[in-house]
Write a protein that binds this ligand. Structure first.
Ligand code: AMP
Length: 282
């Protein structure tokens, strides 16, 4: 496995492989890899001939008061993990390599959902994500790209971007990987104290209880949201949002749920750490 830091070198390494007709899979990450990322890499290795894992802490998707500076960084360990799963390349460019002229002038934006859910609390976040993901698609020329459902709004927006802008790439969704306790794996879990880690289960437990209520016939959006909110609050978390949205459009559901499949989206703080999670109601 090779670690590549420049765009030109990655293109040079991939061009002959693409020419031979090899299927190239891309797994975009911000590093501090864990089993959640591992599942994406595994999926790429099994579906594609060549797997590229990008490790890039993208500054333009972070707000001024967010955790860009304290985000965990460990490229060597990341490369080892990626290699152990079968990745062929780790692409780890610097900020100057990706944004040689400073913040880009051209941005990719979705105008409908960028201000909803996570976007409402992280202004500029999703345009930063869509812009860097577009760049990674164009740099790698990948045939396939793998994203986790952990970031539900993100994978939804990427799928729409690919459709809206005719990117020639297949997007694969990978299910959320959880710890044994149920806590969704996240690089940000490392910020949690032992106590907060136990409290953070309030999100998953709430989502699970809401899904159980749905399966038992509950259709009131208000009641479903309330189950999740109460579970987070009881665990001493601070709710940022809990919403029920259509899986197909990601627009908010109100009133009573009908036939359309929905998903519960939630974000909450445990101590200073902001965690997100979600659960589909199928
Ligand atoms: P990140 O490094 O947090 O930007 O995540 C990179 C990719 O890994 C994104 O597509 C995430 O959705 C995915 N991912 C992160 N955590 C998990 C998880 N627990 N389960 C599945 N996918 C995940």
């Amino acid at each position: 496995m090779q670690i590549i830091k420049s765009i030109d070198s990655l293109r040079q390494a991939l061009a002959p492989l693409a020419k031979e007709g090899k299927r190239i899979g891309l797994v975009p990450t911000m590093g501090a890899l864990h089993e959640g990322h591992g599942a994406l890499i595994k999926a790429s290795v099994s579906e594609c001939d060549v797997t590229v894992v990008s490790v890039f802490l993208n500054p333009i998707q972070f707000g001024k008061n967010e955790d860009l500076d304290k985000y965990p960084k460990r490229l060597e360990a990341d490369a080892k993990l990626a290699e152990s799963i079968g990745a062929d390349f780790v692409f780890a460019p610097s900020v100057a390599e990706m944004y040689p002229d400073g913040d880009p002038m051209t941005l990719v934006r979705d105008e409908q959902l960028e201000g909803m859910y996570c976007g409402a609390y992280r202004p500029g976040h999703f345009r930063g994500v869509l812009t860097v993901v577009s760049k990674l698609f164009l740099i790698s020329g990948a045939n396939d790209a793998f994203f986790g459902e952990k970031d539900y709004q993100q994978v939804f927006l990427i799928e729409r971007m690919v459709k809206d802008l005719n990117f020639n790439i297949k997007i694969h969704r990978v299910k959320i990987v959880r710890e044994e306790s149920g806590l969704a794996r996240s690089s940000r879990n490392e910020y949690l104290t032992e106590e907060e880690r136990a409290q953070a289960l309030g999100i998953y437990n709430g989502l699970k209880a809401a899904k159980a209520a749905y399966e038992a016939g509950e259709r009131s959006v208000l009641k479903i949201r309330d189950i999740v909110v109460k579970s987070i609050v009881a665990a001493r978390g601070v709710v940022q949002y809990v919403e029920v949205a259509s899986q197909k459009t990601l627009q908010k559901c109100n009133g009573a749920l009908g036939e359309e499949k929905a998903v519960i989206l939630a974000a909450a703080f445990f101590g200073k750490t902001r965690l997100i999670d979600n659960m589909e109601l199928n």
